[in-house]
Write a protein that binds this ligand. Structure first.
Ligand code: ZN
Length: 122
């Protein structure tokens, strides 16, 4: 089981089940909200237990983005028409056992870095 939290600790979460879609998102929304690239994986919503008050922001009508209103940590992403929820890899505690599988929305990436880790780019 994976466990994580926001920076201040007001929000904690635990993940049961096997995370899928381990990815780094370079889209403009994730860049704006995280300050750089947002890495996440997803599980069925029922496999993610969250404690604490998540603040949700809808950058688009299709999905909501969960963050901590105290420390600002961007923790969750949830598409309204999917029953899975993504969680931030950077918020996990301890070894994750996960490996990045893909970079996504690389066409929107910033010009101040290169992606050179050999991980597939979508
Ligand atoms: Zn916090």
């Amino acid at each position: 089981m994976l466990e994580g939290s926001c920076l201040c600790g007001n929000i904690c979460f635990s993940v049961t089940g096997a995370p899928e879609g381990v990815s780094a998102c370079h889209c403009g929304q994730c860049r704006k909200q995280s300050g750089h690239v947002w890495s996440s994986a997803f599980v069925p919503e029922t496999d993610l237990e969250i404690t604490g008050a998540v603040t949700w922001y809808e950058a688009t009508p299709q999905a909501k983005r969960g963050f901590c209103a105290t420390c600002g940590a961007f923790l969750f992403w949830k598409a309204h028409d999917e029953d899975t929820m993504s969680f931030a890899l950077g918020a996990l505690d301890g070894p994750t056992g996960l490996r990045l599988e893909k970079h996504i929305f690389t066409a929107d990436k910033g010009d101040y870095y290169e992606i050179a880790d050999g991980v597939p780019q979508k």
